[in-house]
Structures are given as structure tokens and as C-alpha cells.
Design a protein around this ligand. Sequence first.
Ligand SMILES: Nc1ncnc2c1ncn2[C@@H]1O[C@H](COP(=O)(O)OP(=O)(O)O)[C@@H](O)[C@H]1O
Ligand SMILES: [Mg+2]
Length: 375
Amino acid sequence: MSGNGLKIEYSELVENANSIILRMDMKGNVTYFNRYAQDFFGYRPEEIIGKNVVGTIVAPTDTSGRDLKAMIDDMALHPSSYVNNENENMLRGGARVWIAWTNKTILDENGRASEVLCIGNNITRLKQAEEEILKAKEAAEGANKAKSSFLANMSHELRTPLNAIIGFSELMKEESVGPLNEKQEEYVDYIHESGKHLLSLINDILDLSKVESGKMALELGEFDLKTLLEKSLVFVKEKAAKHGIALSTDIGEGIGAIRADERKVKQVIFNLLSNSMKFTPDGGKIGINARRDGNKEISVCVWDTGIGIDEKDRSKVFSEFEQIDSEYSRKYAGTGLGMPLSKKFVELHGGKMWFESEGKGKGARFCFTLPLNVG
Ligand SMILES: Nc1ncnc2c1ncn2[C@@H]1O[C@H](COP(=O)(O)OP(=O)(O)O)[C@@H](O)[C@H]1O
Ligand SMILES: [Mg+2]
């Protein structure tokens, strides 16, 4: 291109731009209004030039009650606060639209602000979509809260009949109400085991909904973490021996008295250990490590040499009710609530929970931290 006969006229460019471009003086009176703005807002130049933006393209107050007249007044005083500004505007017929504005102050020959150059783009659809998403989110959160508080309130109703089932079947098992024949003994055993399983499922669901509804409080107290870790291992010792699984501990310096919710920490460790027991074939190894990171936090890991976790299944581990599908899934009982609940308990303390696994068959290592200054 020679360029000779092709001189770019900037005024033409502005006039024909696909954006709203206007200028106004410091009082808000329109001094320039490009063609796009004319088509968009519905004013011819002679109808808008010299008129104030308030009352024409800006309603004195927007739909939410925001004082836009005050905003235009403030713009003259603090132009730098409005370089990028989103606000509601008004078309000629009164319809409201949202515009994202870029505002540039124009100085006169004495260096004083004389006008504002405003370039605007219509973001109404974006704003509407944003609002709809927000509404949908609020509705979903509301429904979720209702579900959680329903469950929390049902806790008593659900546990009472189960306590009768567990309690009375236990009495029958002990034959304290008379001797049982073989079949009766077998069936009473089923009733008792199923009752206990259902109770622990209900307890987990209730705990989870309590955390979700924000009603789960920490019962903080001081206790010895090292003792708790060692005691927890004793709990699985017998079962481990039966399956030829070796247990080990590696507890670092400075793991002693900590301040936390003992019942919840115990439940987390118990969940981790019982998973490791469940997912480690006979002859494997399971261990607990604990480290102290200065005065900041303590980290605890439970590791095993078990079935491991495939890359593609990672997201399922902390998802409620999810269990990894595999040839094992029938073999291992469970509900898929232990890990999400444990993670929430740790997070209530301000700690973090994660896991590492090099893949299927390569074992897993579940860790969590507890800050040393909880509460
Ligand atoms: N130590 C582990 N090794 C392999 N997979 C594990 C381990 N711990 C948890 N998982 C996987 O994460 C899932 C969720 O764990 P969890 O919430 O405790 O549920 P559950 O024990 O009831 O199956 C388990 O079903 C299992 O697939
Ligand atoms: Mg579990």
C-alpha cells in the first residue's frame, strides 16, 4: 500500500467504531456522541449534545437504588476512581442496560480537567447471566442447608430405634434371655452387625451434614498426640497380625501435648488406619509417621503398601459416597464417607489433608496437618 491517498481520519474511526464513544464536560453535559452511541441509546446528536447524562442516558438512581447522579458528580471530583467503571445506563425508552466504561480525563491548556472521554461496551447479557448464576447458587445453597438441618434434626429420631435393635440383639446374642438354636444365633448376629453398620453410617451422615450446615463446633482440649497415635495402632494390632501385616511408627521430636478436638482427631486417624487395613493385602505393611514443623504445625501420615490409587480415580477419594470402582469394590465394605468427613474435620482445625500414591498397586500415603495454635 502506498499510503498516499489513504489518510486515516481518526474522527471517522471514532465515529464508526463498534463501541459507545462520548465526551462530557465536568458537569456531565454531553459534548460528543458517536454514531454507535446514537443508535444504541436512541438519541440524534441535536437531542443529546448539551444535555446532561443524568436524566438521559443515566437514570438518577439505578434499579438497585444506587445513586447514579451522585456517582456522576463524584466522577468530576475523583476521575481516577472511575477509569474502569461498570454501571447501569438507560436507553431512550427507559430500558436499563449495563455498560462497562473506560473513562479518560481530558485536560485543558492549563492542565485542568475539562472533559471526560468515555468508551463503553454493552455487558447487559453478561450481567444477566451473572445474576442468574448467583440466584441459582443461592437457591442451591438454600436447598443444601435445608437438607443439612433436616438431617441434623432427625438425628435423635434415627438413632433411637437403632439403639433398640442393637441393644436387644446384643442381649439375645449373650443368651441372657434364653438359649438360642444355631439358626437363631446366626440371624441375631446379622441383626446386630447390620444395626451397628447402619448406626455408623448414620453417624457419618449426621456428622457430615452438621459440618456442612456450619453447626459442627470444635471441642478443643489438650491431649498427648503421641499417645493417641500409639493407642490407635494397638486398636488394629490384632487384625494386622491375623493378616500378616507389619505395623510401624516413626514419631519425630516434639510430638507431645497439642490443643485440638481429641475425638475428631482420633476419628481421622482411625479412618485412615482402617482404610489402610482394608486396602492392603495380606503380608503388606502399614505405618504412621508424625513430624513437627517448628512452632507452626504437626503433620501426620498413614502409609501402606496396598492397592494404591490410580491417577484417574484421584478425585473420588474425597468425594462423598464415592468409592473407587475396581475388581475390589465388592470385596471391601464401606460407605465412601470416611475420607470426606476426615478432611472436613482436619479443615475445621485449620489444617490440610491430602494423599499420595504412585498408582495402582503401589500403596498410598494419606497425610494431614494440624496447626499448633488452634482456637
Ligand atoms: N489407603 C487407601 N488405599 C487405596 N485406596 C484408598 C485408601 N483409602 C481410601 N481409598 C479409596 O478412597 C475411597 C474413599 O474412602 P472412604 O471415604 O474412607 O470410603 P470407604 O472406606 O467407606 O470406602 C475408598 O473407597 C477407596 O477407593
Ligand atoms: Mg473408609
